[in-house]
Each structure stands twice: as C-alpha cells, then as structure tokens.
Design a protein around this ligand. Sequence first.
Ligand SMILES: [Mn+2]
Length: 376
Amino acid sequence: MNKKKKTVTTPDHLKARIKSLQLRLKAANLDALLVSNPVDIRYLTGFVGDDSWLLVRSNSIIVHILSDFRFDEQIAKEAPHAKAIMRKTSLTVALKQLVEKYKLGKIGLQQDHVTLAQSKAIGKELGRSTIKPFDDGMLVQRAVKDKTEVKPILKALDIQQEAFKRTCEYIKPGMTEYQIAAYLEYQMRLLGADGTSFPSIVAADANASLPHAIPGQKKVRKGGIILIDWGAKFGGYCSDLTRVVAIGKMPVKIKEIYQICLDAQMAAIDAIAPGKKLSDIDKVARDIISKAGYGSQFGHSLGHGIGLDIHEQPVLASRAKGVLEPGHIVTVEPGIYLPGVGGVRIEDDVLVTESSSGGGKKVLSDLPKTLESAII
Ligand SMILES: [Mn+2]
C-alpha cells in the first residue's frame, strides 16, 4: 500500500485522558502500561476494534496500537494520532520489539484484563521482572465523564425513550415477551442505535419478580403488568432505564409497590449531589422501602455508573465507599419483588453536576413514570 503518513496531533480530550493515566504510571514507577481491555483502548484512543493492544508510555503522549491487517484502515480513521503497528508476528513479539526500541524497563499489565496464559507468554518474551500486574485506576477515571461522553449518552437515551413509546403503542394482549423485546430492539436499531446496552428484559406478570428475567413465550394480558428494562448504545455509550406498565388496569398489589418504589426513587434522586456519600443515597431509597415493609424484597443495590460499559463505577450501594463527584452518571433503580405475584423497578439515569447548577444533578431521562402514565 502506498500510504502517505502525516502527523496528526492527539485530540485534547484524549490527551487529558492519557495524561491522567500517566500520573498513575509515574507514581507506580512504571515506564508504560500495556492496555489490553478493548473498552479502555477505545476510551484512550478512539479505536473501536478488538484483538489489539495499546502501549501507553509514561513520558510520551504518542501511543502505539499493536494490531494487524484487519484493522489497518480502521485505526487510520479512528485513531490517526496513534502509531499503528501492523504486526506479522505474535502480539507478544511485537510488544517486545517496542519495549526494546524505547528501552522500557518496567511495564504494567492491566491486572483485570490479562489472562494467566497471556501473562506467562509476555513474561517469557520480555522477562518476568519486566512486567508487573497493575491496578490501573481506569475504572475510577472512566467514572467521571467529560463533555464528549455526556452527548452520546443523551443520544442513547433519546433513542431508547422513543423506541419505548413506539413499543407501548404496539403492545396488545396476547403478545409474547419475545415479540415485545424484538420490536423494542428493532426500533432502537431503526432509530440509529449501535445496538442494545444489554439483552432487554421484558417480563410479564409473575416473571417481573425476577430482577434479571429473560424474555420468553409468556403472553401479556389485559389487566396484567410488564416490566421492561432496556438500554440503547450510541457511539459506544450505554443508557439504561426500567419502566413497568399495565395493560388497561394495574393490579392493586402492584399499584401499592409501584407507588412505594416511585417515592423511594424520587427521594434518592433528590438526595443526589456532589460530595454525598454513595451509601447514603442507597439508604434514602432503602429506608422508604423498608418502612413500607418491603425491605427484604429490595435485595440489590440502588444503582450503578453507566458509560462505555453498562455497569461502571460508582455503585450506589450500602457497602460502597466514596462520594459522588461532578461528571458521575448513575442509574437510580429501586425495586420491590414479590415471588409469584410480580415486581416493580423504576430506573432513570442521573448526571452529577457542580452543586451551583440545578441542585447538583441533572436527570437525563424524561419518560413519564407516574402511576397514571404506567397504564397503557
Ligand atoms: Mn441498571
């Protein structure tokens, strides 16, 4: 191929991300980090492919992507600032050549994203003393979203909300959970989603008491409920919402727990602000549900971060340490599950902002959730 290489400077938002990682590398006396988690590679470079490694040196903004022919054109397009190495050897040999070229002494490995076999192979090629399993801090770094990350999440929410509205118009008694899930996901693709954030949950009646129900052949019925937990992916970013709807009329028991869940969810959202303890936000919702007598039917944590992964930091849970920071985007999703009867979970996505603006939060989703709006 007759390619002219021109130098492209690293975009500012990627520069900031790489520099933040470099501070941790320097503090740990590492000359470089071998990034093997594809999601982190995307976050640090913009390159979306897989089967590739990224080498970030502690003293240079120039990063290397170790890849192969399949991704040559893609890297040039998505990460033109990166040095792409189209290896003809194994990844480990290609890595060794880079390490020798730059005389790198100590290389960190992403301890949660390297298999034992890979670690052995790298150790054999580079020498055991060269590599070190490293807690890279990428999860904590990625928890705080920059401006370029809020946009695609808002777009993902737009798509999933519109798809939900269309699905509510489509639902008729006698349809299966499968049918409804298929329609919902099809609409998200039509509206421009990369795909779903996770396999959609569509659970009719008693199935709704399973927090992670898998859609099946069960049919929805007039006077019955449907719990839908779904999300769209856009530009790599995930959104995540849950609503419960009833066809025509909501059973009395479900009405009761619906209102309790809604009260708990709105109180927890209200409590969100920078500096607030993660565990305290969980407690606000849990106290309301416990007081109503359903504490033991709310067995999961209140919420989680969303981003390039569907489950990210921070986690809103009783055991969670730490506080909310501006730039966190979390789900708030209390639930009450009654085996054999059904369940309710109401979930929205909330951005933590500087406390001077709008009380320290912005609810990014705006699908109606009153009891009245839940009747379709
Ligand atoms: Mn969720």
